[in-house]
Design a protein around this ligand. Structure first.
Ligand SMILES: NC(=O)c1ccc[n+]([C@@H]2O[C@H](COP(=O)([O-])OP(=O)(O)OC[C@H]3O[C@@H](n4cnc5c(N)ncnc54)[C@H](OP(=O)(O)O)[C@@H]3O)[C@@H](O)[C@H]2O)c1
Length: 262
């Protein structure tokens, strides 16, 4: 199905790896003019080149930290008026004991996971309303809906983001501007591969065995981790012209792990 977004400008913050990269690739395949950001320049350039080669899309890379004021200014000076805004970051470190979480860590993760997406929305949403089209997707975390002590730094900032986005989505919906959150469970991404690779090494087992142990322990019904391409396709679907009546939602994508009626 044609998603109807050919020629739209899409900004993907955190687009050089993981779920952001999967989303950037899927959007580029639909013919958007793509802007991707990340802190690390080398991986960012490599990803931009890979997407250009695979999709033929125009891809502009912007090396910047979207969690800082300077980084946001840099990104918005290059891409001030996106029609599609996707934002993500790296998973926060696991917190084995909530007592050990420091104020500095709270400040860091509130900046990355809450203030950054809020500031990008504030800076771009009025232009979307004026143009009569806007799609905003925050790649958040399943932990925002299903709290877990291991994810103390990950869940609470993004639970607040879901709350904020539901509230503000109401005032822009009539302009064909939607704001939604995707809440991933476990996926094979750059950071997941690094973390599970290290754990596997410590245990003297393979990455695949380590992942399977986690799947068994957490009882993921799909019996696998997700991959960035299937996630990216869902993100692109939320950015499509056809998704104009879906807003203020937070969709869990976790292989069936979470259990509730709705
Ligand atoms: N992977 C999973 O299994 C999993 C599970 C639950 C939730 N999630 C959530 O899914 C989201 C994405 O995770 P992921 O595993 O795809 O992460 P990832 O593999 O680490 O990729 C994160 C991307 O964001 C960029 N990035 C991170 N911080 C940034 C910043 N401050 N400014 C600019 N770019 C930044 C990274 O590049 P640079 O490092 O070069 O900046 C990279 O391109 C996160 O919200 C995470 O909490 C993931």
């Amino acid at each position: 199905m044609d998603l109807g977004i050919r020629g739209r400008r899409a900004l993907v913050n955190g687009g050089s790896a993981g779920l952001g990269k999967g989303s950037a690739k899927a959007l580029a395949a639909e013919g958007v003019e793509l802007y991707i950001t990340a802190r690390g320049k080398e991986r960012l350039e490599a990803t931009a080149e890979e997407i250009r080669r695979d999709t033929g899309a125009t891809v502009v890379s912007i090396a910047a930290n979207h969690a800082t004021v300077e980084g946001r200014e840099k990104i918005l000076s290059v891409c001030p008026a996106p029609d599609i805004l996707v934002g993500t970051c790296s998973p926060a470190p696991f917190t084995k004991d909530f007592r050990e979480v420091t104020v500095a860590q709270w400040e860091e993760h509130l900046s990355i996971g809450l203030i950054s997406p809020i500031e990008f929305i504030r800076a771009t949403v009025d232009g979307m309303c004026e143009r009569g089209f806007g799609r905003i997707v925050n790649i958040s975390t399943g932990a925002s809906k299903f709290p877990n002590e291991l994810r103390t730094l990950s869940g609470p900032p993004r639970a607040a983001l879901s709350n904020y986005t539901v509230a503000i989505s109401k005032s822009v919906a009539k302009h064909n501007v939607t704001i939604n959150n995707l809440l991933p469970g476990m996926h094979h991404t750059a950071t997941a591969e690094q973390r599970f690779g290290e754990l596997a090494k410590e245990r003297g087992i393979t990455y695949t065995e380590m992942v399977q142990e986690w799947i068994d322990e957490w009882r993921i019904p799909a019996d696998r981790f997700g991959n960035i391409d299937e996630f990216g396709a869902m993100c692109a679907a939320f950015c499509s012209t056809h998704a104009g009546y879906i807003t203020g939602q937070s969709l869990v994508i976790d292989g069936g792990l979470s259990t509730s009626t709705f």
